[in-house]
Design a protein. Structure first.
Length: 122
């Protein structure tokens, strides 16, 4: 695993964001920096981790830089361009509705559509 040297964090609630960053800077012994937007949080980083309860995308594919690794916990927090720009997709489950996976297109559904479209147009 890559050594993590710096973390950027965005949360809509500024008070929680500041509290989280202060706590985790002390625990980890590295800078955990609060930032003002999700776009700012992903700019210039190697690893992006989304863990939200969002019903709208908080990560947009046009923000991605080559080589970034994206981890997402649920389908609504990323837009389809994130999937379009991915060179590798991994899905931990193909079940649609579970207590940990909410609405949104599953990566496996996206890949299946893309594969079917590619085969049909060949």
């Amino acid at each position: 695993m890559r050594p993590i040297e710096h973390v950027k964090v965005f949360s809509r609630r500024e008070d929680r964001r500041l509290e989280f960053c202060k706590k985790w800077t002390e625990i980890l012994g590295i800078p955990v920096e609060p930032v003002a937007s999700s776009h700012e949080a992903v700019s210039g980083v190697d690893i992006i981790a989304c863990a939200t309860n969002a019903f709208e995308p908080v990560l947009h594919g046009d923000w991605l830089e080559p080589g970034q690794h994206v981890g997402s916990l649920q389908g609504d927090e990323i837009d389809l361009e994130v999937l379009e720009r991915s060179s590798i997709l991994s899905c931990r489950s193909i079940e649609k509705e579970t207590f940990w996976f909410t609405r949104g297109q599953l990566p496996i559904e996206y890949v299946n559509k893309k594969t079917t479209s590619s085969v049909a147009s060949s």
